[in-house]
Design a protein around this ligand. Structure first.
Ligand code: ATP
Ligand code: MG
Length: 169
């Protein structure tokens, strides 16, 4: 369906803020985090499957929390280009070794088995995320520096909403 992405992204992040407030034991080993939002003020309407999109952002956010030290800042951005919307999620966590970056979206791939086993999970989250984003004609990729953090990017095809075109005319 046609969705206001600013609203949907805010809604997903609000749930992570609430989890922190309402459930100190939130299943993330009491990990604390704070979320910073840097969104375009322009309303971006995109044609997406809402439930699947929520699943993708949930996984990337859960990863950002899981693979970061306590108290990390997670920065979430939303911006647009002529033809795409771009969402990004940056953490201050463990980062991903250079040699592993190419495999991060493979099924069952996990950086450093020992480190990952302690955290729980199956290694499917990002493979599913990639499938969903590509199904929408978009792309997903990551920039990461070990021991500094990671930024996951999602781009989706974007057509300016008709009303915006009228506004500018
Ligand atoms: P699942 O999501 O299925 O519960 P998972 O989180 O291990 O398990 P993915 O989300 O696919 O699986 O991530 C694959 C691997 O990529 C992770 O095991 C982890 O090693 C690495 N990874 C993912 N996100 C980050 C991140 N933000 N920082 C550091 N490493 C990450
Ligand atoms: Mg995951």
């Amino acid at each position: 369906e046609l969705v206001n992405l600013n609203e949907l992204y805010n809604y997903i992040l609000d749930r992570f803020d609430m989890m922190l407030k309402n459930e100190p034991d939130n299943g993330k080993k009491n990990k604390r985090y704070s979320i910073k939002r840097d969104f375009t003020r322009r309303e971006l309407w995109v044609e997406i499957d809402t439930d699947k999109f929520i699943q993708v952002i949930d996984n990337i956010m859960n990863n950002a929390i899981k693979y970061s030290p306590d108290g990390g800042i997670i920065t979430c951005r939303l911006l647009e280009t002529h033809s795409h919307v771009i969402l990004s999620i940056s953490d201050q966590g463990l980062g991903i070794p250079k040699k592993d970056i190419a495999h991060i979206f493979d099924r069952f791939f996990r950086v450093d088995k020992a480190r990952s086993r302690a955290q729980g999970g199956t290694g499917l989250g990002l493979a599913i995320s990639k499938e969903v984003i590509e199904m929408h004609g978009g792309r997903i990729w990551v920039d990461s520096i070990e021991n500094k953090g990671s930024t996951f990017y999602i781009s989706l095809p974007y057509q300016e909403y008709e009303e915006d075109l009228w506004d500018e005319a």
